[in-house]
Design a protein around this ligand. Structure first.
Ligand code: 1QQ
Length: 382
């Protein structure tokens, strides 16, 4: 063999050796990519992909690239359980993001906690999620932190004295939102003229809305996911009612306006994220999102985008050992100390209060911004 050929082979070997040394960090993503919650889940997936591109373009984390392993949990409890099992036990991811709905998180998060793997919700706002165990984290701000500020702003904006309430009584998020609304309304001395419920998948709300109409509220409080909220708003208008709506996290989707259009005008909603936040981080996020996907982002995309960067900072701190069980626990221990400023503003974790003496996970410490719907989109309430 010629000296030259030996050199070529040697350098090829060195080249491939260095290539295999840069490991992939597998991160699981289990979101509702089909079914009624897909509008939330696909925005979340886009946010994660955009953040992964950004982190990897800068060379990854301590030289290792992020590889997202994405599963569709369809917005269903059983599928969320399956997706978590697949990601944790078969794909052997370092940690899992998801699932999209709190309803599914109550079913799937215990699997992550039992296998000592971080589960990080970017859209779970129901009370009690972070009581599922010390491996549960979220950067989605709880309804309990957002709704009282939203009702307060609505009372002032529309001089409200009495409201009617409608909520889904078979979903963890809509039920939890209802409980929070109830307490906030009572604390703020607002009379409830009527309370109505519906079930997942309902499309006709006329019976409930007719009762609400006869109770003559000043506004309607709706603890609902986007599709039901939009249909409720449309049917309210078709019954000749013009009252403003007050909603929770479920309203934060373009789906609300795809269906209800400007019939949703004057709806108030609270969120940590606003498209009008002029910070450099948010402007960059919005421009990059638009460039990659051709549409404007929403709050769910923003929270996912920030969440992956929060986790990346945690991973950077621990320096992965290659022992998966150890690395999963090290990430759990590193995350609570991470402070971050991203598209959703300043963020830190807050340990959830323990209800039964059991170890808890971590909630989001972030302020809510109240928005109002005008001309088919949410703008800051000034
Ligand atoms: C929850 C929510 C939903 C609106 C997520 C899409 O906040 O289920 O907790």
């Amino acid at each position: 063999m010629s000296q030259q050929l030996k050199l070529v082979i040697a350098s090829a070997l060195i080249g491939s050796a260095t290539l295999t040394q840069a490991a992939e960090i597998k991160i699981g993503v289990a979101e509702a990519l089909s079914g009624p919650a897909a509008k939330y889940g696909s925005a979340i997936k886009n946010g994660f992909n955009l953040a992964a591109d950004k982190i990897n373009a800068k060379g990854g984390i301590n030289g290792d690239k992020i590889a997202l392993v994405i599963e569709d949990e369809q917005g269903k409890k059983e599928e969320a359980i399956n997706a978590f099992k697949k990601l944790i036990f078969q794909s052997k991811v370092l940690m899992v993001f998801g699932p999209t709905l709190s309803n599914s998180a109550f079913a799937a998060d215990p699997i992550a906690n039992a296998s000592k793997t971080v589960v990080f919700g970017t859209s779970n706002t129901a009370d009690g999620i972070t009581n599922l165990g010390p491996f549960t984290f979220r950067n989605s701000v709880m309804e309990a932190d957002v709704l009282p500020a939203t009702t307060k702003a609505a009372i002032k904006q529309f001089n409200i004295k009495k409201v009617a309430v409608i909520y889904g009584n078979d979903d963890a998020f809509t039920k939890s939102g209802y409980d929070v609304f109830k307490t906030a309304l009572s604390d703020q001395k607002i009379t409830v003229t009527d309370t109505e419920t519906y079930a997942k998948g309902d499309v006709d709300f006329k019976a409930q809305l007719t009762k609400i109409k006869s109770s003559t509220p000043d506004a309607i409080v709706c603890s609902c996911l986007a599709e039901e909220a939009a249909n409720i708003i449309l049917q309210t208008r078709s019954l000749g009612m013009r009252q403003p709506f007050i909603g929770g996290n479920g309203f934060n989707s373009p789906k609300l306006f795809d269906i209800a259009k400007d019939a949703a005008d004057n709806t108030l909603m609270g969120s940590p994220w606003s498209a009008e936040n002029p910070s450099t981080a948010n402007k960059q996020f919005m421009a990059d999102y638009k460039a990659k996907y051709g549409t404007d982002p929403d709050q769910f995309a923003a929270q996912a985008y920030d969440a992956l960067q929060i986790v990346a900072e945690g991973i950077q701190k621990i320096k992965l050992s290659g022992d998966l069980s150890k690395d999963r626990i090290a990430l759990r221990d590193a995350l609570p100390g991470i402070k971050f400023e991203g598209a959703t503003g300043k963020f830190s974790f807050r340990r959830a209060a323990s209800k039964d003496g059991k170890e808890t996970g971590y909630d989001a410490q972030q302020d809510a911004i109240v928005n109002i719907a005008k001309g088919g989109k949410f703008v800051l309430l000034k």
